[in-house]
Design a binder for this molecule. Structure first.
Ligand SMILES: [Zn+2]
Length: 433
């Protein structure tokens, strides 16, 4: 039997834990996992080594060489498993536009600088630290705790979460998932909010092609494919798609005091399907009028919508002329905010930042949550970090000079730990001192 004194030694001093998790973050940033090409294995090897040294076996799976996904598990009681999810890839950088080395993980001006600091190596570091501290403490969990650190999120998840969900579902099936895209400070109307992602839009990438008579560039014609396509692109840009508020967004906008008709672009994108032209293609020689011109449309669907319903709405705008071809799609996802885990998150957020309020919201973009939700999980975006009012948080996502304030990161770490420990049935002082 363990004595109380021995139990004490199994707990991790909180200040040591903070230092370690900060170092995990800096180590992860230094691995260049830019996707493409990805090369997530360098990050996964590090995670597997740290977990392995603590006696936690990790499963590493690659659909393609170097595109590693890692799943590890601490076994617990019979309640529905909680999965801590992150992706280890990052988007490319324009290094010349950065003030510091994008993969240097420098500490300066109170921040850790580098690609992935926000999206989303910070949460990956928190997940690793928490698994190690829990393992060391050896306390009994009321449910399995799963760590998933996956590849390829930034390029559609084909080699990452989607691959695991479709081919190794037993590893990543969970009742609950904590993932990215929520838990940061949002300043609105003089108040502080913490959006918790409960829903996310689907995507439908559409290639729209217009045909027309080809000809010699010396004899212009108004019915060319390029002219037709240009008119349709302008029309798409000028025609707003139907506003449709899901019950979740109606409650959230009410709470924030935002009128749907005058909502800023971010919120408008949570209230309608959208299509944005992103790639134009036409022509191959300067004196030939091409017979075909195309545009790729980045389409996004609200919960409850399908690729077919988006195509119908798009067809109403562009008419019967152009050919529409779906290049890829993934469904939207919507969970409930009326759950014990959401209430726990909201309670802990409001304790950690008195006067602030947690709100449920929808991400206009996509995360791996949409795939884990297909296995029945309730997924929340909760990667907490406290941000000051002058920090351009939104532009740090995929932006230049991505960085995370250290005090806000450590604030988020404590909040995250409180939420996870409570949800696996433990008190803070059973794991930390
Ligand atoms: Zn991300």
């Amino acid at each position: 039997m363990r004595s109380i004194a021995q139990d004490r030694s199994l707990r991790t001093p909180w200040d040591t834990f903070e230092r370690e998790v900060l170092e995990y973050l800096r180590t992860l940033i230094r691995f260049d996992t830019t996707n493409p090409p990805g090369n997530e294995r360098v990050a996964t090897d590090f995670l597997a080594a740290r977990l392995g040294a603590a006696g936690i076996a990790a499963v590493v799976l690659e659909k393609e060489p170097t595109r590693a996904n890692l799943v590890a598990r601490l076994e617990g009681g019979g309640d529905a498993p909680l999965m801590l999810s992150s992706h280890t890839d990052v988007v490319p950088v324009e290094a010349a536009r950065w003030s510091r080395a994008p993969f240097g993980a420098e500490v300066a001006e109170g921040c850790v600088w580098g690609r992935g600091a926000i999206d989303m190596k910070a949460k990956c570091a928190m997940d690793l630290g928490l698994m190690l501290a829990l393992r060391k403490a050896g306390a009994a969990l009321n449910r399995d705790l799963v760590l998933a650190a996956v590849a390829d999120e930034e390029a559609g998840s084909e080699l990452g979460a989607r691959f695991l969900v479709e081919h190794h579902s037993e590893l990543v099936r969970a009742g609950w998932v904590l993932n990215e895209a929520g838990g940061f400070t949002l300043y609105l109307g003089g108040r502080r909010y913490y959006p918790i992602q409960v829903a996310e839009k689907g995507y439908v990438t559409v290639k729209m092609t217009v045909s027309g008579p080809p000809g010699h560039g010396s004899i212009p014609r108004s019915d060319s494919a390029i002219a037709g396509l240009a008119e349709l692109v302008v029309r798409i840009n000028r025609t707003p798609m139907r506003l449709r508020l899901t019950p979740l967004m109606r409650r959230t906008l009410d709470l924030l005091g935002i009128e749907p008709q005058s909502a800023p672009p971010l919120f408008r994108a949570m209230m309608a399907n959208t299509v944005a032209p992103t790639i134009l293609r036409a022509g191959y020689k300067d004196n030939v009028i091409p017979g075909e011109a195309s545009v790729v449309l980045d389409g996004r669907t609200l919960p409850g919508e399908t690729p077919e319903s988006l195509l119908r709405e798009l067809r109403e705008i562009v008419g019967p002329g152009p050919a529409l071809e779906v290049l890829k799609c993934a469904p939207p996802a919507e969970g409930s905010a009326d759950t014990p885990l959401f209430r726990l998150i909201a309670h802990q957020v409001e304790m950690a930042d008195p006067g602030a309020r947690a709100i449920a919201w929808m991400l206009p973009g996509a995360t791996d949550s949409k795939f884990y939700a297909q296995l029945g999980a309730t997924c929340y975006g909760f990667a907490p970090v406290r941000i000051g009012p002058r920090m351009p948080y939104g532009s740090l996502y995929h932006g230049n000079d991505e960085r995370i304030p250290i005090d806000g990161f450590l604030w988020g770490l404590r909040l995250y730990v409180e939420v996870v420990l409570s949800f696996v049935g433990l008190r803070f002082d059973q794991v930390f001192n």
